[in-house]
Ligand binder design. Sequence first.
Ligand code: MG
Ligand code: MG
Length: 254
Amino acid sequence: MIYLKTDEEIELLRENNILVSKTLAEVGRHIKPGVTAKQLDKIADEFIRSHGATPAFLGYQGYPASITVSVNEQVVHGIPSDKIVIKEGDIVSVDIGTFMKGFVGDSAYTFAVGEIADDVRQLLDVTKEALYRGTAQAKAGNRIGDISAAVQDYAESFGYGVVRELEGHGLGRKMHESPGVPNYGLRGRGPVLKEGMVICIEPMITMGSRAIVFERDGWTVRTRDRKPAAHYEFAVAIRKDGPDVLTDFSIIEQ
Ligand code: MG
Ligand code: MG
């Protein structure tokens, strides 16, 4: 069942996703060589709570932390620990969720730590551009497959892998609502996009093979070939006049 949101509900979702954007910015300010993923988790947890929200990931299907921190070959769902120490040249994908006023925010960003290799920089740029290209298709009358194909075609044109086992989703009172939003697919297929739908688009793109493995902790997803992966995520409302992005990356990139 796909829940269409009222304008008021979309504003509450925007409030949540702006808070997620601000939390990502706060975490990003602290991503420096020597910081641990556990410290980043604590910073985010305190920031979210000080703004009257709770971290939506904590306890979600038993997830043990407030954010996910996925470094280099880790794609998503990395559990922050004090054993993960950030170093120069790393890429760090941070995914954050909030719960406030009955609705959820959910967005992600991949940060570069100092100087990174040119080919890794390109992976980040292409993954973000794939997100923008998918978002441009998020308008009433289009189908989910139009978003999926836009993401896939752009990422694969660089020879990158598109992770298939995980996907975007509807967003509302729950973090994961219908419809699923795959990062691969065919134009003109899948559910029709309607005004009032709110979805998360979240390409997970790998530099090498798209094959992934789940680590023994039951959460962390990494590339099988241990090549780097990037992940960016937006929440987008489908409006009459086109996509209305509820997440604000400019807060992070300032
Ligand atoms: Mg997310
Ligand atoms: Mg998501």
